[in-house]
Design a protein around this ligand. Sequence first.
Ligand code: MF3
Ligand code: CO
Length: 272
Amino acid sequence: MIVLKTEKEIAHMAENAEILRDILVELALKAAPGVTTAELDRLAERRIREAGAKSAFKGYTDELHRRPYPAVICASLNDEVVHGIPSEERVLREGDVLSIDLGFVRKGYYADAAITVGIGEVSGEAERMMAVAREALKRAIGLATIGRRLSDLSHIISATVREAGYYVVKEYTGHGIGRELHEDPRVLNFGAPGRGPVLRAGMVFCIEPMVKGDDLPLRTREDGWTAVTRTGSLSVHYEEMVAVTPEGPRVLTGWIWEEYCRKKTLSVCAAK
Ligand code: MF3
Ligand code: CO
């Protein structure tokens, strides 16, 4: 069942989403050679507490995972697709590609988003994959309008990614969000257009394409969480919260990448 949100609820979720975006951008700016993913996790935990929020990920369990997720962020490096567990041993190095995923609940409503950034200079290939994933997300968000079918968004994500020669991850999907972290509908990153629910005002969902260079199923590491590509291919992940409104798509998280670029002078940002 898809729970529609009132304007008031959307306003509150937007406030949460902006707090989340600012934390995510702060983490992304702090990520640099020599910093550990555990340090990023501690900073996230502190910021969430200061915002009067509670982690959505720490202690999270579902049918697929044997043990509760042990941290506040997912810090997934290079061939790690999602659910990379922060660790004192994971020291960021020049050329790494880091995805940070963060979720919290504040005043009864969840917020959830992700960004991928390069650590120092990264390969042209990595920059290209990141740009393709952002473009796929942007196009999907553009279709989040009243009357559209949900799978139109799914389709444009995979079409954009395939056109560029990459593949989408099929095991993980976007999702509705509100009083629960994961609500209906599931937002697939692939599929034929013209299917699924008709979009209506008040729907709020997380759209989260994950992109990689091979088309094989993911593998989960012995830690029970970290999902990695089968071939060691690089993988990237962006996630924003979007509300369907009479005025069109409203990006509650407010374009995280652009906010990151505004605060960091980066050649890859300037080129965009
Ligand atoms: N953004 C991811 C999701 O929507 C993050 C989940 S991390 C977990 O599911 F720890 F909560 F599983
Ligand atoms: Co999500």
